[in-house]
Design a protein around this ligand. Structure first.
Ligand code: NDP
Ligand code: OXD
Length: 361
């Protein structure tokens, strides 16, 4: 029997996932093959957090039935190997590729060998009871995920740099007026987080001649000015016209996009947040925009996702919103990371990169 990988996004794009693993000796199945229509969580009040159509945000899972196996799904017809397309027993699952699994669900898979995060962030796995003890958890590091984020950051940086929000507003008023043009070399971009995603965005922006600097926990040698640790954050902010947040959400970074730090930015600065909603204090941003201290914001992530219809950010004229879409994990490329690691695991070699829950990323 081939080993089984359970994917908690499979049903959203079954053909793409099946194709991505087609040449590898593994049976890939949807989460529902074990957990049925629920999210497989600990059960209880029936309002667990399922996954919506694009694999992110809150859906309306059933909270599972808490009976220990929950096997009532009917599969999706795309599986390979000898088990057919029906339900699987929890003990048949070897690997899981997940986004926002309900607490208790993974613990119900007794033979789980590796857990792959569907996202680069691991905060969705950090809650109480989400992870079974002793099973290694791998971060998602994937060239296409990185490229998508670079595109998002470069797009919004260029949009602010070239005053496109102002030109778009002028067009709506049929107003023909030239605005000042600033050379890229004179536009200072500050990137919070110089990891896989922040480092790639920094390199791309530097190639466009922007004056890029970055901030991380430890100093970095990326050929750009590097600021490190809480003590050097004010200096980074003071030299930043466009602030990009690509940090993981941890106790140390929650709420970092706040009034005190906005005040450290020069007047007229813009903010791009593609890290996590928990980095941003929305009321502080709205206040800084209203006072004119900040000129604009591009927001991809929110404390409450989906962003509720009544949230004032939706209609703010100087805020651009995307629905946690800056960069998605695509099956074809992310499968390579999964396959490579399963090969390593089978060969008894080290797997990675491993999530470090002590540091929070
Ligand atoms: P990495 O782990 O590769 O990089 C994280 C960076 O943040 C590192 O440079 C790290 O510093 C820095 N950092 C962490 N804590 C602190 C701190 N307290 N002070 C200063 N710097 C800190 O993560 P990725 O680049 O892969 O991903 C970053 C985040 O992007 C994810 O956690 C996720 O939240 C978000 N994301 C959003 C997506 C979207 O679609 N909106 C898609 C994918 C990811 P050091 O290098 O010194 O360790
Ligand atoms: C991620 C995300 O962490 O999609 O990859 O937000």
């Amino acid at each position: 029997m081939p080993e089984v990988l359970l994917i908690k996004d499979y049903a959203q794009q079954p053909a793409a996932w099946a194709a991505a693993f087609a040449d590898f000796d593994l049976e890939v199945r949807d989460w529902d093959a074990v957990f049925g229509g629920g999210d497989g969580g600990d059960g209880g009040d029936g309002d667990g957090d399922g996954v919506d159509g694009d694999g992110r945000g809150d859906g309306d899972g059933d909270g599972g039935d808490g009976d220990g196996d929950g096997v009532d799904g009917d599969g999706d017809g795309d599986s390979r190997g000898g088990r057919g397309a029906g339900a699987l027993a929890p003990a048949e699952i070897d690997y899981a590729l997940v986004w926002q699994p309900a607490p208790g669900a993974l613990a119900r898979l007794p033979n789980l060998k590796l857990i792959f995060s569907l996202g680069a962030g691991i905060d969705h796995l950090a809650g109480d009871g989400v992870l079974p003890p002793g099973v290694p958890v791998l971060r998602m590091v994937d060239a296409q995920l990185t490229a998508g984020m670079t595109e998002y950051v470069v797009y919004h940086a260029l949009r602010f740099h070239r005053a496109m929000p102002a030109y778009e507003a002028q067009q709506r008023r049929a107003e023909w007026r030239l605005l000042p043009q600033v050379a890229a070399a004179e536009r200072r971009i500050g990137i919070l987080g110089l990891g896989v995603l922040g480092g790639a965005a920094a390199r791309a922006l530097a190639t466009l001649n922007f004056d890029v600097a970055g901030w991380s926990r430890g100093p970095k040698d990326l050929g750009i000015p590097s600021f490190a640790g809480a003590g050097e954050l004010p200096a980074l902010l003071a030299r930043t016209d466009i602030l990009v947040c690509l940090l993981p959400l941890t106790a140390a970074t929650a709420g970092i996009l706040c009034a005190a730090n906005f005040a450290r930015l020069p007047a007229g600065a813009c903010v791009i947040n593609a890290g996590r909603g928990g980095h941003l204090l929305e009321a502080d941003l709205l206040d800084a925009l209203e006072r004119g201290h900040l000129a604009g914001a591009a927001l991809d992530v929110f404390a409450n996702e989906p962003l509720p219809p009544g949230n004032p950010l939706w209609s703010h004229p100087r805020v651009a919103i995307t629905p946690h879409a800056a960069s998605k994990t695509l099956p074809a490329s992310s499968a390579r990371h999964v396959i490579d690691n399963i090969r390593r695991f089978r060969a008894g070699r080290p797997v990675g990169p491993l999530a470090d829950f002590a540091r929070g990323y």
